[in-house]
Write a protein that binds this ligand. Sequence first.
Ligand SMILES: Cc1cc2nc3c(=O)[nH]c(=O)nc-3n(C[C@H](O)[C@H](O)[C@H](O)COP(=O)(O)OP(=O)(O)OC[C@H]3O[C@@H](n4cnc5c(N)ncnc54)[C@H](O)[C@@H]3O)c2cc1C
Length: 211
Amino acid sequence: MSQVEGTNHTYNEEACYEVAVVGGGAAGTSAAVFTARGGLRTVLVDDGQSGVQRAMLHNHIPYADGIAGPDFYRLSLQQAVKAGAAVEQGKVVSLNRQGQDDGGWVLQLEDGRRLEAQAVILCTGKALDLAKALGLELAAGRERRYPDVIKVDSDGRTSLPGIWAAGAVAGVTPHTIAVAGDGARVAINLVSEKKGQRWVDHDVLPAMAHS
Ligand SMILES: Cc1cc2nc3c(=O)[nH]c(=O)nc-3n(C[C@H](O)[C@H](O)[C@H](O)COP(=O)(O)OP(=O)(O)OC[C@H]3O[C@@H](n4cnc5c(N)ncnc54)[C@H](O)[C@@H]3O)c2cc1C
């Protein structure tokens, strides 16, 4: 798997993240942008298999002339880095609770790296292996290629505290604009829960700041 330009990150074994996003398609990159901009120490782990890399997108505003999937994937990961997220390329092979019930989560990567995070957002597209290994409740999916999805509440919480899910794996229609919106929505709910109040990420044009 080649490193995506602009996402080089030095693995820090000591880092304890507040959020780990598993999956770097449109849902995961969008979620990571919002949690990082919400001030939460965020790591995104992706194994580079998103179908978006084979897509030619003509239905994602504001790309009126379309955008090639590989460009969309690269720019999305770069935006997550710009927002402050660390990006690790690799496959998460297991997720285990650390210590007692509220002790956060340990993510084991295929190559031996280990990450710790207080909360996890699963944005794994078609892949349900982690969800099944965790014993998460599943639900019947409505979309053709997604017969089973992770059952989530209206905020994106799964049946296990501290584990959230967004995008196609959580039953959202598999279109980049829809799953990106869902990643953002679930991330905002997670940030709001952490802050104890609703959080809004709005910036204002400098010229309008004092009007
Ligand atoms: C050929 C093709 C054409 C498409 N064309 C369009 C189109 O024109 N318009 C449109 O809107 N959508 C299109 N799509 C759909 C779109 O690309 C996305 O697949 C869809 O929106 C789902 O996004 P997602 O982020 O939920 O999941 P995905 O895009 O599937 O991303 C999930 C990511 O998680 C990673 N992952 C899974 N498990 C792990 C793990 N254990 N550790 C680390 N990483 C993991 C996967 O490898 C992947 O990179 C197309 C898809 C395909 C395949």
